[in-house]
Design a protein around this ligand. Structure first.
Ligand code: AMP
Length: 462
C-alpha cells in the first residue's frame, strides 16, 4: 500500500510497526455548522481509517474539536452569548452531521477544553527547554529561532513564516516575525483557565500536539487535514512537538485533502460562500453526498456544482437498482461455484492501495455493475455469483459507505418507458425519445441524462 506523503512530496510504501496505526486528523472549529468542504476532509479520512482496518491494521483514529478560539469568541460577542455555549451547540451539530454522513471510523473525539492540563504541561516543557518566551500582558510565544527546521513540511523559510499569521499571533514585541502564540493571557469576557502560565487560553496550534502526545506519545504514524493546514498549522505542530521531545520525526506520514471549490474559490465560512453539510443532508441521502465527496481524487480540487450532485444522484440510483436486481437473483434456488467478483476485488483494492485512488475504485465498481447486468441479461449470472456480489458490495459499503439500502421506488411502467426511451436514443431516434420524455414528465417524473445513464426523479409538486 502506498500513499503520498506531504513531508517528502513522494508516494511511499505505508508501513507501521506491529500493525498498529495511530492516526490524527484536525477537526472543526465549532463556531458554525461545518461546510461541505470540511465534510470532504472528514469523509475522506473516514474512508482511510476504514480501509486501514479492512487491510488488517489496528487504526486508532483521534480527531480534535477546537472549542476555544478567536472565531468562537467573536461570534459569541456578536450574539451576546457565552463562547462555550456557542461551541457546545456547534459541537453537537457537528457530531450529528458526522452520524448523518456515516462518518463512524473516529475512535475518539477530543475537545480542546478538555485537554487544558496537557496543553499547559507541553508549554511548560517548551519554556524549560528554552523554546518559549513571555510577552508581558499578552502571552507565551514559540521562539522560531530555536527550531531551525521550521518550514520542512511546507518548504517555506522562517522569513516567510508570517504569511499566514492569524490575529491571535500578532504582537509588535515578538522575537521573530513568525513566532506564534502558545498561551494567550486572558482578556475580559473571554474564557480562561488559571495556570502557572498566567490566567489564559491556548493558542491555535498547541491543542493538537498536547492531545496527541497525551494519547499517542511524542511520535505517531499518520496526520491528516485539509490542504490549508500545511502552513502554518502543521508546521507549527512539528516545531512544538519535536522541540518538546527532541524526537524526530513527530509524524511519519502527512496527508492533505484538496479543497472543495465554489466557482473557483476555496469554500470557506469566512468567505461566506459555503453550503453547510447540514442543509445538504436535508435534500440528499448520505450515499449521494459521500459519492460526490469521494468522486474526485483527494489531492485534486472538487467542484461544488449542481451538475456534480446530479451525477452523484444518478450513480447512487444506478447502484440501488443493481442491488435490487442482484437480491432477486441471489434468492434463486440453483447454485454453482463462482469467482465472479475476483477481478473486481483485485481492482478495487489495488486502486485504494495506490494512494487512495477512490475514483479508480469507483470505476472498478461500475465495471462490475456493467458486467453483472450483461451476464444477468444473458441468464448467465448464478445465484452464487449474485451472493458473491452481495458480499463484495457489503465490503465496499463498509469502506466507502455509498451503497443505498434500497433503490428509489419507481413504478414499473415508468421504469419500462425509461428503458424504451434509452433504446430510442441509442437508435438515434431522438424525436420519439423526446416525445416519450414528455409522456414520462406528464406522469410526474423528470429525466436527467448523465454519464451514469438516465436519472429519474419524481417531480416536485409546488
Ligand atoms: P476548520 O473548521 O476551518 O478548522 O476546518 C476543519 C477541517 O476542514 C480542516 O481539516 C480543514 O483543513 C478542512 N477544510 C476547510 N476548508 C476546506 C475546503 N474548502 N475543502 C476541504 N477541506 C477543507
Amino acid at each position: 500500500m502506498e500513499l503520498y506523503n506531504t513531508l517528502t512530496r513522494k508516494k511511499e510504501v505505508f508501513e507501521s510497526a506491529g500493525q498498529r496505526v495511530r492516526m490524527f486528523v484536525c477537526g472543526p472549529t465549532v463556531y458554525d455548522y461545518i461546510h461541505i468542504g470540511n465534510a470532504r476532509t472528514f469523509v475522506f479520512f473516514d474512508v482511510v481509517a476504514k480501509y486501514l482496518r479492512f487491510r488488517g491494521f489496528d487504526a486508532q483514529y483521534i480527531q480534535n474539536i477546537t472549542d476555544i478560539d478567536d472565531k468562537i469568541i467573536l461570534r459569541a460577542q456578536k450574539e451576546n452569548q457565552d463562547p462555550l455555549t456557542i461551541a457546545g451547540k456547534f459541537t453537537e451539530a457537528f457530531l450529528k452531521d458526522m452520524e448523518s454522513l456515516g462518518v463512524t471510523a473516529v475512535s475518539q473525539y477530543a475537545a480542546a477544553t478538555e485537554h487544558i492540563d496537557q496543553v499547559i504541561k507541553q508549554i511548560k516543557t517548551l519554556i524549560d527547554k528554552g523554546h518559549a518566551y513571555l510577552i508581558e500582558g499578552d502571552g507565551w510565544y514559540f521562539d522560531l529561532s530555536t527550531f531551525p527546521e521550521y518550514g520542512k513540511l511546507s518548504k517555506r523559510t522562517t522569513e516567510m513564516a508570517d504569511d499566514a499569521v492569524s490575529r491571535i499571533d500578532e504582537n509588535q514585541n515578538k522575537r521573530n516575525r513568525g513566532d506564534f502564540a502558545l498561551w494567550k493571557l486572558s482578556k475580559p469576557g473571554e474564557p480562561s483557565w488559571d495556570s502557572e502560565l498566567g490566567k489564559g487560553r491556548p493558542g491555535w496550534h498547541i491543542e493538537d500536539t498536547a492531545i496527541t502526545e497525551h494519547y499517542f506519545g511524542p511520535q505517531y504514524d499518520l496526520h491528516g487535514g485539509g490542504q490549508d493546514l500545511i502552513f502554518p498549522h502543521h508546521e507549527a505542530e512539528i516545531a512544538q512537538q519535536e522541540a518538546a521531545s527532541g524526537l524526530k520525526p513527530f509524524v511519519r506520514y502527512w496527508m492533505h485533502v484538496a479543497f472543495i471549490v465554489n466557482k473557483q474559490a476555496k469554500m470557506s465560512k469566512s468567505l461566506g460562500n459555503f453550503t453547510s453539510a447540514h442543509d445538504l443532508l436535508e435534500s440528499y441521502p448520505k450515499e449521494v453526498l459521500r459519492f460526490f465527496l469521494l468522486s474526485a481524487h483527494y489531492r485534486t480540487p472538487l467542484d461544488f456544482t449542481d451538475q456534480n450532485l446530479i451525477q452523484s444522484e444518478a450513480a447512487i440510483s444506478r447502484i440501488g437498482e443493481f442491488v435490487e436486481r442482484i437480491k432477486i437473483i441471489a434468492n434463486q434456488e440453483e447454485s454453482t461455484s463462482s469467482d465472479f467478483t475476483e477481478a473486481f476485488k483485485k481492482d478495487f483494492t489495488s486502486a485504494l492501495d495506490d494512494d487512495f485512488n477512490i475514483p479508480n475504485a469507483l470505476a472498478a465498481l461500475f465495471d462490475l455493475i456493467r458486467q453483472s447486468h450483461t451476464a444477468a441479461d444473458e441468464q448467465k449470472l448464478s445465484s452464487t455469483d449474485a451472493q458473491e456480489i452481495q458480499n463484495a458490495l457489503g465490503e465496499v459499503n463498509a469502506i466507502l459507505g455509498i451503497i443505498p439500502a434500497q433503490a428509489t421506488a419507481i413504478p414499473e411502467e415508468i421504469k419500462k418507458s425509461v428503458q424504451e426511451r434509452e433504446a430510442m436514443r441509442q437508435n438515434k431516434d431522438f424525436s420519439s425519445a423526446d416525445a416519450l420524455r414528455q409522456k414520462i414528465s406528464d406522469q410526474g417524473y423528470q429525466i436527467e441524462d448523465t454519464t451514469y445513464g438516465p436519472l429519474l426523479k419524481k417531480k416536485k409538486t409546488s
